[in-house]
Design a protein around this ligand. Structure first.
Ligand code: ATP
Ligand code: MG
Length: 354
């Protein structure tokens, strides 16, 4: 049996301000993985036009996500940082995957249902096809590991389904072209061109919730800015948002079990734990029995302390858009060369004359 070379890929949409959920659920993992893996990190601008077509300042949003990557500690020289639209092979493979994936698979995606809202007929076709573009983002590099937040779990399962169907449908052609690797999928040997990607969801904060509603995930696209802490918020704004965050009237419990049924309390304790690299149980040892009037100011101090360096470096980088653009161009050229290598093979497998 063979194995695919390990490669990490992940993306962030330039749909607005990066927030604490993106930072704790995704970007901190991106940074850590650089030590052990070859990594490709992408600003997925083609995804950004699926829910909203026209943006006031899409270039600014793309540059701000790139600045956040670098400010958080991603090294664009050692690894690859670029924006998706500079590598058209993503869209080319996505089209092929649109013909691999089934409409029924797409209709089951909970993110589509959430983002399309009540008027589903009026959602863009791109929003429905979003997961097949995401599968292409990953598989155009034949990446094996994808660090993401918990909300992306279903899309990664779909990526595996697409890879599996492509591998099975084209197995003979993959062999005939002298391509692919023998792998085990469960107990079954498969001659695979695309790897079965491994989601990397575990971590201290796989799902940070909205500050206004502990049952909704914190999102860039939430219309209320009070629902999230942005990486670019200053100390005063962070303090205001945490002070206004929804809570319940009870004191904090001394044990983690006491957070059950208290989504807002659970979320704030979880944020404190992730920001301080401690467990929730450990945080509750300090704050169990205390009121939110005591806990919230401590959370403000911690959030400001952790985010201030990232915030400062992001602002400095955003003052130099020429540098940001050069990072994206350089990353785009290196990513493009790798993506074209895959696409040449994929065109051969399918039978497109080239
Ligand atoms: P949008 O509302 O436009 O979808 P988003 O906040 O969901 O924006 P994405 O760009 O879709 O951000 O996701 C980037 C990464 O951040 C993904 O890996 C996603 O799983 C992760 N992520 C997003 N929101 C959270 C959250 N609240 N907690 C933890 N991880 C998150
Ligand atoms: Mg999202």
């Amino acid at each position: 049996m063979g194995e695919f070379k390990q490669l990490v890929f992940s993306g962030v949409q330039p749909t607005g301000n990066l927030h604490l959920g993106n930072y704790l659920g995704a970007i901190r993992k991106f940074v850590a993985l650089q030590e052990s893996h070859d990594c490709i990190y992408c600003v997925v601008d083609l995804h950004a036009i699926t829910a909203q077509l026209v943006h006031d300042d899409l270039p600014g949003q793309i540059r701000s996500i790139t600045a956040a990557f670098i400010a958080a500690g991603i090294d664009p020289k050692q690894h690859i940082v670029f924006n998706q639209s500079q590598v058209p092979q993503h869209a080319e493979l996505a089209w092929i995957f649109n013909c691999v994936a089934r409409i029924g698979w797409m209709n089951r995606m909970t993110q589509f249902k959430d983002k399309a809202g009540k008027d589903r007929e009026n959602a863009s076709l791109g929003l429905l096809a979003y997961p097949s573009l995401m599968a292409a983002d990953i598989l155009v590099y034949r990446a094996t590991h994808v660090p993401v937040g918990d909300d992306q779990k279903q899309h990664l399962e779909l990526t595996r389904d697409i890879a599996m169907k492509f591998n099975m449908d084209f197995m003979q052609k993959i062999r005939a072209a002298g391509l692919g690797t023998d792998i085990l999928v469960g107990d079954e040997p498969v001659h695979a061109y695309f790897p079965m990607v491994e989601p990397m969801i575990e971590g201290p904060a796989p799902r940070v919730m909205s500050l206004k509603d502990g049952t909704k995930k914190m999102s860039k696209s939430d219309p209320s800015d009070l629902s999230r802490i942005n990486l670019l918020d200053d100390a005063e704004t962070i303090s205001k948002k945490i002070r206004k965050a929804k809570t319940d009237p009870d004191a904090l419990p001394s044990e983690v079990e006491g957070l059950k049924g208290r989504p807002e309390a659970d979320n704030l304790v979880g944020i404190f734990a992730a920001l301080s690299d401690r467990s929730k149980a450990d945080v509750l040892k300090d704050f169990g029995g205390q009121q939110f009037s005591v806990f919230k100011p401590a959370l403000v101090d911690l959030a400001v302390e952790v985010l201030a360096p990232v915030n400062g470096e992001m602002r400095r980088l955003m003052g130099d858009p020429g540098y940001i653009d050069s990072v994206l161009r350089d990353g785009g050229a290196r990513a493009g060369a790798r993506a074209e290598k895959t696409m040449k093979e994929v065109r051969d497998i399918i039978g497109f004359v080239q």
